[in-house]
Design a protein around this ligand. Structure first.
Ligand SMILES: [Fe+2]
Length: 313
C-alpha cells in the first residue's frame, strides 16, 4: 500500500503513528501532559493577568474596526470575547461547538506539528495556557492565550473558515509524509497568520498574527513598504517569510470560499511532488505571474526593520 493510500484511510480518531523517516521537531514534553500535549485543565489567572487581557483587548479594539475582516468582528461579538478577563475555554468551546463544531483546548507551549495537525483535524484548536507579562506587552516570541484566543478563535466561528482549518490539519499529515512541511507552513503563515481579504469596503485583515498585535493591522493595510499580492497557492508555498518582524509581502484572498477551493479542492499529492524542499522566492519578491495590488517600496525592510528602529512606513 502506498503512503498516500494509507493516509486516506487515516480517520484521526486517535493520534496516528507518524511513521518512520518522518521528521518531527524534538520538543521536550512537560511531565504533566500526555501524548496529546493537552493540559489537564486551563490554568486560572490572577487579577493582574486578567487585566492584561482586558488592556490588550481594549488596545486592539481601538485599531481593528474598519480594518479587521467582517467575519472576525462577527465572531468576536458572537463569542463575546470582550466580556472581561481571559475567556474560560469550557464555556467558549460550548459556544463555538454550537456554531461550527470546534472546541478550544489548553496546551502548555508550542506543540509538535503532527500533534497540532491532529487536533485541527478533529476540530480542536490548541491554545497557549499562559498570558504574556507587561514587559512583553507589544511583542512575544511564543503564542500566548491572547494571540491564540483573540487572534484565532473568532475566525473559527465562520463555517467556511472552520472547514478550511480542519482540512489544513489533515493536509499537514500528508505534507509531513512528503517532507514538504516547510511549504505548508508558508501557506499557514500567509493565510491563517498574516492573511488579508478583499471586502466590498476595501482590504481587511483575517490573519491572527496581525489581529493580535499593535502595529501590523495598520502597516499591512496602509503602509507603502509591503507588497500586496492576490493569493496564488502554488506561489505562496514556494515563498519564504519572516518570523520576527513585519512582513515584506501580504497575500490577499477574494473570499474564504476561494481559499477553501484553492487549497482543499486540489491535488496536494501532485503539488507536493512538484515542490522543491526549500523556498524558491524571497519574501520581498514580486514575480511575473503575480496579480499585484500594491508593489511595496520595501523601505521598512531596507532600513533594517525592527532591530534598527525603522518606522513601519
Ligand atoms: Fe497563531
Amino acid at each position: 500500500m502506498s503512503e498516500t493510500a494509507a493516509l486516506a484511510e487515516t480517520d484521526f480518531a486517535r493520534l496516528p503513528d507518524i511513521g518512520h523517516g518522518v521528521f518531527a521537531a524534538p520538543l521536550l514534553r512537560p511531565a504533566q501532559v500526555g501524548e496529546d500535549w493537552l493540559e489537564p485543565a486551563q490554568r486560572s489567572y490572577s487579577a493582574d493577568e486578567n487585566r492584561v487581557w482586558d488592556e490588550l483587548y481594549a488596545r486592539q479594539m481601538e485599531i481593528l474596526p474598519g480594518r479587521a475582516a467582517s467575519a472576525f468582528l462577527a465572531g468576536l461579538e458572537q463569542l463575546d470575547l470582550g466580556r472581561g478577563g481571559v475567556p474560560e475555554f469550557g464555556r467558549l468551546s460550548e459556544e463555538l461547538d454550537a456554531l461550527t463544531g470546534w472546541s478550544i483546548v489548553p496546551v502548555p507551549m508550542l506543540i509538535p506539528d503532527h500533534v497540532f495537525f491532529w487536533h485541527l483535524a478533529n476540530r480542536r484548536f490548541p491554545a497557549g495556557n499562559f498570558i504574556r507579562s507587561r514587559e512583553e506587552f507589544d511583542y512575544i516570541r511564543e503564542p500566548d492565550v491572547f494571540h491564540d484566543v483573540f487572534g484565532h478563535v473568532p475566525m473559527l466561528a465562520d463555517p467556511v473558515y472552520a472547514d478550511y482549518m480542519q482540512e489544513y490539519g489533515r493536509a499537514g499529515w500528508k505534507a509531513m509524509r512528503h517532507n514538504r512541511l516547510k511549504s505548508l507552513g508558508a501557506l499557514y503563515w500567509y493565510t491563517v497568520e498574516f492573511g488579508l481579504i478583499q471586502e466590498a469596503g476595501g482590504l481587511r485583515v483575517y490573519g491572527a498574527g496581525i489581529l493580535s498585535g499593535p502595529a501590523e493591522a495598520v502597516y499591512s493595510l496602509e503602509a507603502d513598504s509591503p507588497n500586496r499580492i492576490m493569493l496564488n497557492v502554488d506561489r505562496v508555498m514556494r515563498t519564504d517569510y519572516v518570523i520576527d518582524d513585519l512582513q515584506p509581502t501580504y497575500f490577499v484572498i477574494e473570499s474564504f470560499q476561494q481559499l477553501y477551493h484553492d487549497t482543499v479542492d486540489r491535488d496536494f499529492d501532485r503539488l507536493y511532488r512538484s515542490l522543491s524542499p526549500g523556498f524558491t522566492y524571497a519574501n520581498t519578491a514580486v514575480i511575473d505571474i503575480d496579480d499585484v495590488l500594491h508593489r511595496g517600496s520595501q523601505e521598512y525592510a531596507l532600513r533594517g526593520g525592527r532591530g534598527s528602529g525603522a518606522a513601519p512606513v
